[in-house]
Write a protein that binds this ligand. Structure first.
Ligand SMILES: [Zn+2]
Length: 237
């Protein structure tokens, strides 16, 4: 099933710029998706596709930062993995530190020597907030360190809410994408199987073909030009 650029639905007038960036990044997907909630949806927004471009990530970060510009943020924190890149770009735009939390044996944790002082004003940033569950787990971790979580900001707010855990929740775009439980999913009714976003939406036959076509001794691909690191002596852009 090919991934195609689609027109998003819902109150997308919120920010035309980010929707344009998402569309041009191929981040707006159409298919039959199994969401982490267990719901099925014919549409999915893969923010990683937007963030794979550092230039677009920087623009997105600036736009998200503008949402929270007046909150006097000391530090931005994003949960790994989805929140790390956008949190870093938001921190760049706000000129603050950027920390990330990560799961250790399923539990959200702040590691790697990251520390917060008592009363530090923290903005939690994610790419997409759907239920807000992981954001609230981040809040609990930070609050345990005495930090003051002042709010949440994201690229896409799928929660339908403007607050989370009693603090404001702001998204660049509020997207209302249709979802169904599997029993009521019209796509399942056609015999089609839902796929997790990010997995290749292909049947097993095609995977086998791809496997057979792989050379026995693969030659490392040429590094694309944008990968060249001037610090390593490669050509600069
Ligand atoms: Zn389905």
């Amino acid at each position: 099933m090919p991934s195609t650029v689609i027109e998003p639905v819902g109150s997308f007038a919120a920010n035309k710029t980010i929707l344009d960036l998402l569309a041009r990044s191929g981040a707006l997907l159409e298919g039959h998706f199994l969401l982490s909630s267990g719901l099925h949806s014919p549409r999915y927004v893969q923010c990683a596709k937007l963030l794979e471009s550092p230039g677009r990530a920087e623009i997105a970060g600036r736009l998200v930062a503008d949402l929270a510009r007046e909150w006097a943020v000391d530090t931005v924190v994003g949960p790994a993995l989805g929140g790390v890149i956008i949190a870093h770009e938001v921190a760049r735009a706000l000129n603050t530190r950027c920390l990330f939390t990560e799961r250790v044996a399923g539990e959200m944790a702040l590691r790697r020597g990251f520390e917060l002082r008592s009363g530090e004003r923290v903005l939690i940033v994610e790419d997409v907030i759907t239920t807000g569950k992981s954001s609230l787990e981040v809040r609990d971790v930070l609050a345990a360190q005495g930090a003051d979580v002042i709010g949440y900001a994201c690229i896409l707010n799928r929660s339908g809410q403007a607050e989370l855990g009693g603090s404001p929740l702001l998204g660049l775009v509020d997207l209302e994408l249709p979802t169904w439980w599997p029993e009521a999913c019209p796509l399942c009714a056609t015999g089609d199987a839902a796929v997790k976003p990010g997995s290749r939406p292909r049947g097993p036959e095609e995977s086998q073909i791809a496997e057979r076509q792989r050379p026995a001794s693969p030659v490392p691909p040429r590094r694309p030009k944008h990968d060249d690191d001037p610090n390593l002596g490669g050509p600069s852009l």
